[in-house]
Design a binder for this molecule. Structure first.
Ligand SMILES: C[S@@+](CC[C@H](N)C(=O)[O-])C[C@H]1O[C@@H](n2cnc3c(N)ncnc32)[C@H](O)[C@@H]1O
Length: 336
C-alpha cells in the first residue's frame, strides 16, 4: 500500500488566502463583472471598460479564471461564472456587492489578530453594536439588505406562515425577513425589534417596500427589554455568533415566554456542525466577534437544539437553511 504523501500545498494556499480576497475586492471596485456581463469578452475589452492597462487586465482575468469567477467559452470569449452573473453585476437588482465588501474595513484588524487574541480585557456586552448610530446603521444595513432580501425570500418559501398572524423579527435589521414574509402571506403582520437607532433605518426599508401598513418597528434590546406580546411566530436571523450561550439561552427563553401558545420560533444562524467541527464560515463569524471585543462565539447545532429544549419548546429540530452557511433551528410552544 502506498503511503499518503504529506506536502505543504494546503498550508501554502492558506498562507496566501488573503490574495484571493484582494483580487475579488479589486474586481468589485473595477466593476469588472458588470463590464463582462455587458459584453467585455476579451482582455482588451476588459482593459478598456475598466480603464486599466492591458497587462493588468490580463493579470486580473487570469486570476479570476483560476478562481472560477470568470469562465471562457469554446471561442475563448470571457463570461461571468453563474453566481457572478447573478449577484455581482452592479446594474442588477440582485447585486450583492455591498454584502461582499461588508467586512472589508476589518482587514487591518484581521491582520492584527494575534494582539487581539492576547488581550485579556473582558469583552463588552454588545461589541460592535455598542455605539450604534442611525448613520452607521444606514451603512451597515445597506449591506445586510443586499443579502437579507434573498434570505428572507428563502425563509418565506421554506416556512409555512399562511396560518400565522403576527411575526416577531428579533434583531431584524433592515426588516428583510419581515418584508418578504408579509409579501408572501396576505394575513400576516410583522414587528421588527432592533436597537432604537436601527429601527429608524428599518422604517426606511419598510416604506421603500410599501409595507408600512403590515410591518411595524419596536426599538429595544432583545437581551434585556420586554418583548411585544400577541405574536404566534418569531424569527431571529444572523445574530447567533454575536452573543454567548447565556444570552442566546435568555433570548430563546424570552421568546418562548412571549409567544402565543402553539407559536413557533426559528433561529437562523451561522451554526457549527453537531460535533463543533466546521463549517469554516460559522467558525469565522465567531472569530470576528474577537475583533468587535464582544463575548460572542460560534454555537453548534447541538447547543442550538439545547437552547430550545431548555426553554420548553417541543418538536425541536435543526435543518439546513443555506447549506454550509446558515442553519435553522425550529421549535413549537405547546398549546397547554
Ligand atoms: C447581522 S444583522 C441581521 C439583520 C437581519 N436579521 C437579517 O438577517 O438581515 C444583526 C442585527 O441584530 C441587531 N442586534 C444585535 N444585538 C441586538 C440587541 N441586543 N437587541 C436588538 N437588536 C440587536 C443589530 O442591530 C442588527 O440589526
Amino acid at each position: 500500500m502506498s503511503e499518503q504523501r504529506i506536502d505543504t500545498i494546503r498550508l501554502q494556499r492558506i498562507a496566501r488566502g488573503f490574495t484571493e480576497t484582494a483580487v475579488f475586492y479589486a474586481a468589485i471596485d473595477l466593476d469588472l463583472f458588470t463590464h463582462v456581463s455587458h459584453g467585455a469578452a476579451s482582455i482588451d475589452a476588459v482593459a478598456a471598460a475598466a480603464n486599466i492597462s492591458a497587462l493588468n487586465a490580463e493579470r486580473t482575468v487570469v486570476v479570476l479564471l483560476a478562481m472560477g469567477l470568470l469562465e471562457k467559452d469554446v471561442d475563448g470569449q470571457l463570461r461571468n461564472a453563474p453566481d457572478c452573473e447573478k449577484f455581482m453585476v452592479s446594474t442588477s437588482e440582485r447585486f450583492a456587492g455591498p454584502w461582499m465588501t461588508f467586512t472589508r474595513r476589518e482587514v487591518p484588524q484581521w491582520f492584527d489578530l494575534t494582539a487581539t487574541l492576547s488581550d485579556l480585557t473582558p469583552p463588552a456586552e454588545l461589541g460592535m453594536y455598542d455605539d450604534m448610530t442611525v448613520e452607521r446603521a444606514r451603512k451597515y444595513h445597506s449591506a445586510t439588505y443586499s443579502i437579507g432580501m434573498g434570505a428572507g425570500r428563502r425563509f418565506a418559501r421554506h416556512v409555512d406562515m399562511s396560518a400565522r398572524t403576527r411575526l416577531l423579527d428579533l434583531g431584524g435589521g433592515s426588516g428583510a425577513y419581515s418584508i418578504q414574509a408579509v409579501k408572501a402571506n396576505a394575513g400576516l403582520q410583522a414587528i421588527v425589534l432592533d436597537l432604537p437607532a436601527v429601527t429608524i433605518v428599518t422604517q426606511e426599508y419598510i416604506d421603500q417596500n410599501q409595507v408600512a401598513d403590515r410591518v411595524s418597528t419596536f426599538g429595544g434590546d432583545f437581551v434585556n427589554d420586554e418583548f411585544p406580546t400577541g405574536c404566534d411566530i418569531a424569527v431571529m436571523a444572523s445574530n447567533l455568533p454575536i452573543y454567548n450561550a447565556k444570552n442566546i439561552q435568555k433570548v430563546v427563553q424570552k421568546t418562548f415566554d412571549a409567544l402565543e401558545p402553539g407559536g413557533e420560533m426559528h433561529l437562523v444562524g451561522e451554526t457549527l456542525n453537531a460535533d463543533g467541527v466546521g463549517p469554516l464560515d460559522a467558525s469565522m463569524w465567531g472569530m470576528a466577534e474577537a475583533l468587535y471585543r464582544s463575548g460572542g462565539r460560534s454555537h453548534s447545532v447541538t447547543e442550538c437544539l439545547g437552547y430550545f429544549e431548555t426553554a420548553g419548546f417541543v418538536d425541536v429540530e435543526n435543518v439546513d437553511f443555506v447549506a454550509g452557511t446558515l442553519s435553522r433551528t425550529v421549535g413549537r410552544k405547546p398549546t397547554s
